[in-house]
Design a binder for this molecule. Structure first.
Ligand code: 4NP
Length: 157
């Protein structure tokens, strides 16, 4: 299985780098060693920056190291270079759809569609909130990661 998966949020400093790091870690543990995993933001404000320190710290407490990641913006080539592009929320999914070049068939979707019975359909933006928001981001992303891994294992992607 060599799926190429891109996670997308707004700034690429909170939610999608968390998804990249958590999914990479859990997929590796599940024996998927040849997946290509990346993340990007629809906005370019934070390009080149490491993830938000609150994101790095919350992830570190659960054993995920996000410190080497650097933000980048979504680019048109991503739709050729990735098989699946998963947005953290509906606004960013709509932005991706508006960027999709004509004739390109990349699969776009919401990451939490893989989260089974999670009480949310979107990963809430934690940027302007408190520490609990960063824990919630991790909870939701861990759940969706395991759902996505189960789909990969079942050959359903
Ligand atoms: P993210 O969070 O989309 O999860 O990376 C945000 C990061 C920065 C901003 C908004 C959301 N901002 O407005 O700068």
């Amino acid at each position: 299985m060599n799926s190429r998966i891109l996670f997308v949020c707004l700034g690429n400093i909170c939610r999608s780098p968390t998804a990249e790091g958590v999914f990479r870690h859990r997929a590796r543990q599940a024996g998927f060693t040849s997946l290509q995993i990346d993340s990007a933001g629809t906005a370019g404000w934070h390009v080149g920056k490491a993830p938000d320190p609150r994101t790095v710290a919350a992830a570190q407490r659960r054993g995920y190291d996000l410190s080497a990641l650097r933000a980048r913006q979504v680019r048109a080539a991503d739709f050729d270079n990735f098989d699946i592009v998963l947005a953290m929320d509906k606004q960013n999914l709509a932005e991706l759809k508006s960027m999709l070049p004509r004739g390109v068939n990349t699969r776009l979707g919401l990451f939490l569609d893989y989260a089974g019975d999670a009480p949310f359909s979107e990963v809430p933006d934690p940027y302007y909130g408190g520490d609990a928001g960063f824990e919630q981001v991790l909870d939701l992303i861990e759940q969706a990661s395991d759902g996505l891994i189960a789909r990969l294992r079942g050959g359903q992607l």
